[in-house]
Write a new protein. Structure first.
Length: 477
């Protein structure tokens, strides 16, 4: 006898309470194996494929694509047991199946079914049994009496107001296998196409090997006269409504909601202060050109952000008070030995802060490589929750927006953030004479509980000295 087990939405990361269903990977009536991904969800931090810890027949799905589910809410139900996924008899009569559920033969032996009835503690991709998942099989329900509808061997196959239950069709010939997946750069682009009625198979991708990019979908939307989706997927999916005065209300949820909550908490809990200084960055730019020239044309280039991150790690070694957080319940300052540098990155989903782990132990070349990797992952929406949490200090290059200065809000629960403005040619007194130099503004926002102005000023001045004279860093090499 099959047993129906409910799989709830697991906790996918630190502080996350909900996730949005982006795409179902299985259908009701389909046989799934232990640890097989069944749904793709978008949290406020990353896009995640969620594997099911049970093997058997999917009897119900909860939540439509685009709907938000709370952590702990039902995700799907699976009929677990030997009868639940037994293959059909050779004569096609359906005998031996679970209440008339007939599997379409895929050439796999029944032993390859991978464990109907097996369970796993896995709730995240990359964890669990480690055994290769069984090949997926499509199943087709057969007509059943009305009294038995919605049951598997007498057990309810789906319940709850949001459960998605299948219609029971008349037996027909096996359907043609679906064509292969369309190569799309990210699930966000796939969803943008779906929301605007764009058929991806009709597009010719402009990316490598025909990869469909966001620009390809947006061109198709414009050609069809459809309204462009909002820049933030969370806002595009929001049910905005217009008021009597023409106002538009957009729910604070998803990434925007998490950012709002975190910034509000930062301002509420942290007594922050900001100091800033104008800096001549001419020599730092020259040093970067020399480094890249010395590496040769085929060597990876060192970015300016990587040099600034390396300077920050050196400054934090001299002023460890700023690599800290405050434990408000214990009323203690917690100083941290390892430096994990977060950097603000603007993406289609909104502002995210990828984290470079153990930045203090990396060279400028290693920092540049990791920053480039994380930036690419942020743009295509493939960052994992682990790559978006745990920073101890944040570097914010708002100069890319063409602005000179800012007083940023600290990335809670960190103790400081360094902001960098645009680098522009300005008149500057250099070696006693007026000259045109490449000047930028650095601003340091810090938690006044962890240190006083002397420490903050010393940190900022050291960073400024390293920017103006990169050779200062050699003292610590």
């Amino acid at each position: 006898m099959a047993e129906v087990k409910e799989f709830t939405l697991p906790d996918l990361g630190e502080g996350l309470t909900e996730a949005e269903v982006v795409r179902w990977l299985v259908e009701v009536g389909e046989v799934v194996a232990v640890d097989q991904p069944v749904v793709e969800v978008e949290t406020a931090k990353a896009m995640v494929e969620v594997p099911c810890p049970y093997g058997g027949v999917v009897t119900a799905r909860y939540g439509a694509e685009g709907e938000e589910l709370a952590v702990g809410a039902p995700l799907l139900t699976v009929a677990v047991g030997a009868d639940a996924s037994a293959p059909a008899a050779a004569d096609g009569s359906g005998s031996g199946g679970a209440d008339g559920v007939v599997a379409e033969a895929d050439g796999a032996d029944a032993a390859e079914d991978g464990g109907a009835g097996e369970t796993s503690g896995a709730v995240l991709v990359g964890y669990g049994t480690g055994a290769p998942p069984a090949r997926r099989r499509r199943v087709r329900p057969t007509p059943v009496p009305a009294a038995a509808a919605g049951q598997v061997n007498g057990v309810a196959s789906g319940y709850g107001r949001h459960a998605v239950t299948p219609e029971v069709p008349v037996r027909a010939e096996a359907a043609e296998p679906a064509p292969g997946p369309v190569p799309v750069i990210s699930p966000l682009v796939r969803r943008l196409a779906r929301q605007n009625g764009v058929e991806l198979r009709t597009l010719t991708g402009s990316g490598p090997d025909g990869l469909i990019l966001r620009a390809d979908v947006e061109r198709a939307i414009g050609a069809a006269g459809a309204p462009a989706a909002a820049a933030e997927p969370s806002a595009a999916a929001a049910s905005a409504r217009a008021g009597d005065a023409g106002e538009v209300r957009i729910p604070l949820r998803g990434l925007r909601g998490v950012v709002a909550d975190k910034m509000s908490r930062s301002r509420r809990e942290i007594p922050e202060a900001t100091c800033w200084v104008d800096v001549d960055a001419t020599e730092l730019l020259a040093a970067r050109r020399a480094m890249n020239a010395a590496g040769g044309p085929d060597a990876p280039k060192i970015s300016l952000l990587a040099l600034l991150a390396r300077i920050c790690t050196a400054a934090l070694a001299r002023y460890p008070e700023l690599n800290a957080r405050v434990d408000t319940e214990a009323r203690e300052i917690v100083r941290l030995e390892r430096v994990h540098v977060g950097f603000a990155a603007q993406t289609d989903r909104g502002l995210v802060v990828p984290v470079v782990r153990d930045a203090h132990a990396r060279s400028a070349e290693s920092l540049s490589e990791e920053l480039g990797r994380l930036t690419g992952a942020a743009r295509d929406g493939s960052l994992t929750p682990g790559e978006l949490t745990g920073s101890t200090f944040t570097l914010n290059n708002y100069g890319v927006f063409g602005v000179d200065g800012s007083t940023p809000i600290i990335n809670h629960p960190e103790a400081a953030m360094l902001g960098v403005g645009r680098i522009v040619p300005k008149p500057w007194v250099y070696e006693g004479e007026l000259a045109v130099r490449q000047v930028t503004q650095l601003s340091l926002t810090f938690d006044h509980r962890v240190c006083d102005g002397g420490v903050a000023g010393g940190f900022l001045r050291y960073v400024a000295d390293c920017v103006e004279q990169p050779a200062v860093l050699l003292r610590g090499v």
